[in-house]
Design a protein around this ligand. Structure first.
Ligand code: FPP
Length: 236
């Protein structure tokens, strides 16, 4: 697959609107999450075919545990299903999987399936697919600050050595390219604790369609919109 414009290297997506998508069809929210998982598969394939370097998907935030237990359980089973069913194809397509967030909060079967997907694909050189799960930007920053403070206390680094690069290297996104673009579906216009440090110079695109309706065509249209933006990074 080829496009005639410059692609972002690293795209973050807030996959919002599964619940509302289901509601407008008179269905349970879980039905929307299943449709969302199917759309996730399609967008990952398209990003990989286009040759995008990195795609980061916000699948479950540190706040999502507050949802009713049946919904949390359904999301966990979808996750399990996704990794179990897709891992072989992802691997064939040379996708490298990583996880952003704290795995420790998950049931053992989930953390195992994620760890094994990461291990299996660690040498792959295609799309870097990061799934943000039990992820929160504030917690990510807290953990970076703690790790830096501990290094200062133990005289491993001096306060003067703390700079933006050092901080970037303590975040879950360490070694990933700069975040060029954030897409949020379903018409909401906020970051919701997603990659706040990394978003410093990202372009933001908000699309009105809920995530299950975010077609490949809409995705490519969004990437084109990004390519037409004039990025100045604070310059003129
Ligand atoms: C937001 O929609 C979506 C989520 C909180 C979960 C995202 C999950 C998926 C796309 C499917 C499963 C994921 C994987 C990794 C297999 P919402 O429920 O907040 O929708 P609403 O705002 O309309 O209520």
């Amino acid at each position: 697959m080829k496009v005639d414009f410059t692609l972002p290297k690293h795209i973050g997506i807030i996959m919002d609107g599964n619940g509302r998508w289901a509601k407008t069809r008179g269905k349970m929210r879980v039905f929307g999450h299943r449709a969302g998982m199917n759309r996730l598969k399609g967008i990952v394939k398209t990003a990989s075919d286009l040759g995008v370097s990195a795609l980061t998907l916000y699948a479950f935030s540190t706040e999502n545990w507050r949802r009713p237990k049946p919904e949390v359980d359904a999301l966990m089973s979808l996750l399990l299903e996704y990794f179990n069913n897709e891992i072989d194809e992802l691997h064939v397509n040379r996708v490298k999987i990583r996880h952003l967030g704290e795995l420790s909060g998950f049931p053992k079967n989930i953390s195992e399936v994620i760890s094994s997907a990461i291990e299996k694909t660690k040498a792959n050189t295609g799309l870097q697919l990061s799934i943000a799960l039990n992820y929160g930007s504030r917690l990510e920053i807290v953990s970076a600050v703690k790790s830096i403070a501990s290094d200062v206390k133990n005289n491993k680094i001096s306060i003067d050595e703390i700079d933006t690069e050092l901080i970037s290297n303590r975040l879950y996104t360490k070694d990933l390219p700069e975040l060029d673009l954030i897409i949020r579906t379903s018409g909401e216009q906020r970051l919701s604790n997603f990659l706040m440090y990394q978003a410093a110079y990202s372009e933001l695109v908000f699309v009105k369609e809920p995530w299950p309706d975010f077609s490949d065509d809409l995705f490519i249209q969004t990437l084109r919109e990004y390519s037409e933006r004039n990025r100045r990074f604070g310059g003129i």
